[in-house]
Design a binder for this molecule. Structure first.
Ligand SMILES: Nc1nc2c(ncn2[C@@H]2O[C@H](COP(=O)(O)OP(=O)(O)OP(=O)(O)O)[C@@H](O)[C@H]2O)c(=O)[nH]1
Ligand SMILES: [Mg+2]
Length: 279
C-alpha cells in the first residue's frame, strides 16, 4: 500500500457548482441554496485505488476558492501550490465555458504550469436548459497542447451525483501517474499601482494582503468573511464606502493580535491602495 497526499483545487466562474461538487464528492450531500465562497475552504477525502498493479491510499485535500472574476490576487494566493485542477463550467451558461479558456487556464498556466487537469460541465440534470455538451468541452480541452496533463472531460451533476466520483478518481489517477515538479518561483506578488483600476481591484489586493500576513488564505477566510459581512461589502460590485469601512474593521480585528502600530500602518497602506481605484 502506497500512501500519498495531494492538494487539488476546483476552479471556474461563480455559481458553476464547485462547492456543491465538493460536497457531493466528500460528503455525498447536495443543497439548493447558493452561498458564494469567499477566500478558501479545505475539505479532506481519502480514496483507495489501483494503478499499474499497485494499490494506493490517496489523501485528497480539496480546495474550494473564490470563483468571482476580478479577484485574481486572492485566487492566486489561494491555489499557488495545488498539484491538480478540476475546471468547472456550467452547462446552462455557455459563457462559463468560454471563461475557462479566457480566464482560468491562463491563470493556471502562469501560477502552476501544465498540471494534471480534468474539465467538467456541471448541472447535467438540467437537461432542457443545457446550452452545450461534452463535444464543446472536448474541443476546448484539445485546443492547446500545453495547458494541462490529461484533460479528460466529463458531464456531471452535483445534484444527482452523476459522474462526480469518476471525475475526481480520474484526477487522482493522473496525479499518481504523473510527477509534476512544483513551480518554486511563485509567491504572492501584489499588484502594481497601475493595475489597481477599480474598487474591486483594490479590495482584491487588500484581501490578499491580509491573508498573506495572516499566514494562509484558509485561516484568514473566516475573518475576511465576517469583516466583509459587517461592512456590507457587495463582492460583485463593491461600493467605495463599504470598502473604507472594511479597511477600518480589518484594522480593528488585527489590533486584537498585532501591535497597534502595525494595524495602524496596515490601515493607512490599505486606504492608499483604495485611493488608487479610479471608479
Ligand atoms: N440543478 C443543479 N444545480 C446545481 C448543481 N450544482 C450546483 N447547483 C446550484 O448552483 C448554485 C451554485 O452552486 P455552488 O456550488 O455554490 O457554486 P460555486 O461554483 O461554488 O460558486 P462560488 O463559490 O460563488 O464560486 C447553487 O444554487 C446550487 O444549488 C447541479 O448539478 N444541478
Ligand atoms: Mg463556492
Amino acid at each position: 500500500m502506497i500512501r500519498e497526499s495531494k492538494n487539488i483545487v476546483l476552479l471556474g466562474d461563480s455559481a458553476v457548482g464547485k462547492t456543491c461538487l465538493i460536497n457531493r464528492f466528500c460528503a455525498d450531500s447536495f443543497g439548493e441554496n447558493y452561498k458564494p465562497t469567499i477566500g478558501k475552504n479545505v475539505t479532506e477525502k481519502e480514496i483507495s485505488m489501483d494503478v499499474g498493479g499497485k494499490s494506493y491510499q490517496m489523501n485528497f485535500m480539496v480546495w474550494d476558492i473564490i470563483g468571482q472574476k476580478g479577484y485574481r490576487y486572492c485566487q492566486t494566493t489561494s491555489f499557488y501550490n495545488a498539484r491538480g485542477v478540476i475546471m468547472v463550467s456550467d452547462l446552462t451558461r455557455k459563457e462559463t465555458l468560454d471563461s475557462i479558456m479566457n480566464y482560468w487556464i491562463p491563470l493556471v498556466l502562469r501560477i502552476l504550469g501544465p498540471v494534471p487537469m480534468v474539465l467538467l460541465g456541471n448541472k447535467s440534470d438540467l437537461v432542457d436548459e443545457c446550452q452545450y455538451g461534452i463535444l464543446e468541452i472536448e474541443n476546448l480541452a484539445n485546443k492547446r497542447e500545453a495547458f494541462g496533463i490529461g484533460r479528460n472531460v466529463y458531464v456531471v451533476s452535483a445534484k444527482t451525483g452523476d459522474n462526480v466520483e469518476a471525475a475526481f478518481n480520474d484526477l487522482a489517477q493522473l496525479l499518481v501517474k504523473n510527477y509534476v515538479p512544483m513551480k518554486l518561483d511563485v509567491g504572492l506578488r501584489l499588484m502594481e499601482k497601475s493595475e489597481i483600476n477599480t474598487v474591486k481591484d483594490a479590495l482584491d489586493h487588500i484581501m490578499a494582503d491580509f491573508a498573506d500576513q495572516f499566514g494562509k488564505m484558509e485561516y484568514a477566510t473566516p475573518f475576511l468573511q465576517h469583516q466583509l459581512t459587517i461592512s456590507n461589502v457587495d463582492m460583485d460590485d463593491p461600493a467605495r464606502g463599504s470598502v473604507e469601512l472594511f479597511i477600518k474593521n480589518l484594522a480593528k480585528a488585527e489590533g486584537l493580535y498585532k501591535e497597534a502600530f502595525k494595524s495602524d500602518e496596515n490601515c493607512k497602506k490599505r486606504q492608499v491602495i483604495l485611493r488608487y481605484a479610479k471608479d
